[in-house]
Design a protein around this ligand. Structure first.
Ligand code: SF4
Length: 588
């Protein structure tokens, strides 16, 4: 590979200074960018407190972010996570990703990577302009505003720009470990509605807040990338091919309806998490499935910038926009809290979005508190929050985001350590589980950055029904990490493109020559680096255990029960041994 370089801007919030550094890529991983490059940077950092002024927060792009490749819209925030932690109390790196035009603007302004350190003396807005040039402005007027409040205020101040902002949760970083970073969308700025995309997982809104940085502004560039003729066929495949079929609507080449389709896939076999990752065995969740909701609510198929998929849907009530509906928030703020009435769930989703919380971590923490209270009615937490109590959930969400309920703001791992009831705390390595039952996914403990973002094993049992040890060792060590590919490249996982097509896209849109095999190897090496870093930081075998409840039989669940404690112990032994072997094979 010919030597490639990339531009890193070091931004010191304390000194209000910026230094540009051009670096030579050491390998394909660094040339691809995104999380691969961020992990290489983070493995050289020593951090004990992710929210200390010196702790790094990396904002960067993948090689295809901001190019004409459809869904090439990803911006990544990486760093040491306030949530992810070993049993010994050591924090570890992870990342989160979000779409729409913020990353497109960064690319067009000439930005590839921003390394943020330091803590500003007052609330600050970082403004990126053509050049690229950086300046710091006061963010005092934004303090206390919701996510949409901040974005609309910034849109008036910087016409044509796009934004990365934190909400109240990020401002209260001392009391909230799962604050998100919101990225403005074109639809949001045009409509005024709260429709951002979120870099949600890992709590990086709190890391940004700890730097007293309320927003990053990517001002309007001279021009945006035009659709390139050479990519036309590829973009058509992204929009209408088999890989994205589940995530688009029926009128777009027989789509299955967006991430929401999972209600119709998992519901009939009772594999939808209900009431803290169990299952009620009833049809209650059916009320939240899309056909049931569309009987009384307008649902629009509205996408991110230039995306032909539109994986999420927007719901509208009599007073206009009500909430953005994705499977994870719908489930974890609905069925999994025992709340089955759509308008109530939509209101919770909208509230979590406005407060700038990660809906997955927030929902899983609330469901743990509800389950704890069910078991301990005489000594409840969080004012006796209970399953089905939408008003109580809304009160708790607001209190968490405003820093008034740190007991829940610390997330499930630390809450369960306090209550000494970790068996039904649905997290691995301190990161709350996404909306798939742990009983069905032996891969959760081996994910680097959230169980469905970084380990593709979460729907395998549903679609392949395999329960053998050999199958799962292979699924976790070979197939599972491949989900990281798009987090190197800067495209959406929902595009479902084959490696060969991505190789062509890299050549056409980024001038990077990499065969499909080389691409797969770069992805695997990135996973292995993340695993190696965990072990170097002191993660032990005990850190790769799921919650004990994952081993229990769930009678209404119509999928095989196989993840016994004995199965897991043998699986873990073989998976960790295989990862160690692979590290040696790769010379890492
Ligand atoms: S697939 Fe979904 S998240 Fe990705 S760009 Fe399209 S609409 Fe946005």
């Amino acid at each position: 590979m010919r030597a490639r370089t990339f531009l890193r801007h070091h931004v010191d919030l304390r000194a209000a200074s910026v230094r540009a550094e051009r670096r030579t890529c050491r390998d394909l991983e660094e040339a691809l960018g995104g999380i691969a490059r961020a992990l290489r940077l983070l493995e050289e950092c020593e951090v004990t407190d992710p929210c200390a002024p010196g702790a790094p927060l990396v904002c960067n792009l993948g090689a295809l972010s901001g190019t004409p490749v459809m869904t090439g819209l990803r911006t990544f925030f990486s760093g040491f996570s306030p949530l992810k932690v070993s049993r010994g109390g050591v924090s570890a790196p992870m990342w989160s990703a979000g779409s729409d035009r913020f990353g497109v603007h960064l690319r067009a302004l000439g930005v590839e990577e921003i390394l943020l350190t330091g803590r500003a003396g007052a609330p600050t807005v970082l403004v990126v302009e053509r050049g690229p040039a950086f300046r710091f402005e006061s963010g005092a007027d934004l303090l206390g505003l919701t996510v949409n409040g901040k974005i609309q205020a910034l849109a008036r101040r910087f016409p044509g720009a796009h934004f990365a902002v934190i909400g109240p949760a990020g401002e209260h970083w001392q009391a909230v470990r799962y604050a998100a970073i919101a990225l403005s969308t074109e639809n949001q700025i045009r409509s005024g509605d709260c429709k951002p995309r979120f870099c949600g997982r890992g709590g990086f809104g709190g890391v940004m807040g700890s730097k007293n940085l309320l927003a990053i502004v990517a001002t309007e560039p001279d021009r945006l990338p035009a659709a390139a003729p050479a990519l036309k066929a590829l973009n058509l495949e992204v929009a209408r091919g088999d890989g994205s079929r589940r995530y688009r609507d029926a009128d777009k080449g027989n789509g299955a309806g967006g991430t929401w389709f999972l209600y119709e896939a998992l519901g009939p076999v009772h594999a939808l998490p209900e009431c803290n990752f169990t299952t009620t065995g009833t049809v209650a969740s059916g009320a939240l499935a899309r056909p049931a909701v569309e009987a009384h609510t307008e649902v629009r198929d509205e996408s991110c910038f230039r995306c032909g998929i539109a994986c999420h849907k927007n719901a509208y009530g009599p007073d206009g926009f009500s909430a953005k509906i994705d499977y994870e928030p719908l489930n974890l703020l609905g069925s999994n809290l025992g709340i089955f009435e759509f308008d109530a769930v939509a209101a919770l989703i909208a509230l979590v979005d406005e407060m700038g919380l990660d809906s997955i971590s927030c929902g899983a923490t609330l469901s743990y508190a509800m389950e704890y209270n069910r078991r301990h009615p005489g000594a409840p937490v969080a004012e006796g929050l209970s399953f089905g109590d939408a008003r109580g959930a809304a009160r708790a969400i607001r209190a968490v985001a405003e820093g008034r309920l740190p007991q829940l703001g610390q997330g499930v791992r630390r809450l369960a350590e306090e209550t000494r009831e970790g068996g039904y705390a649905m997290e691995c390595k301190g990161v709350e589980l996404p909306a798939y039952l742990p009983h069905t996914n032996p891969g959760y403990p081996f994910a680097l950055a959230g169980g469905h973002m970084s380990m593709r094993t979460y729907l395998l049992l549903m679609f392949e029904r395999e329960t053998g040890l050999d199958y799962w060792v292979d699924a976790i060590t070979r197939r599972g990490p491949m989900i990281l590919r798009d987090d190197l490249l800067g495209v959406c996982k929902f595009g479902g493109m084959k490696d060969e097509a991505m190789s062509e896209a890299l050549r056409e849109a980024a001038g990077i020559e990499a065969t499909a095999d080389e691409l797969r190897r770069a992805v695997l090496r990135t996973h292995l680096r993340g695993y190696r870093l965990e072990r170097r930081l002191g993660f032990t075998e005990e850190d790769y255990d799921p919650p004990a409840a994952a081993h229990e039989r769930l009678p209404p669940l119509e999928l095989p029960h196989f993840l016994t404690r004995g199965f897991h112990v043998e699986l873990k032994r073989r998976v960790l041994a295989r990862f160690d072997e692979m590290l040696a094979e790769e010379g890492l």
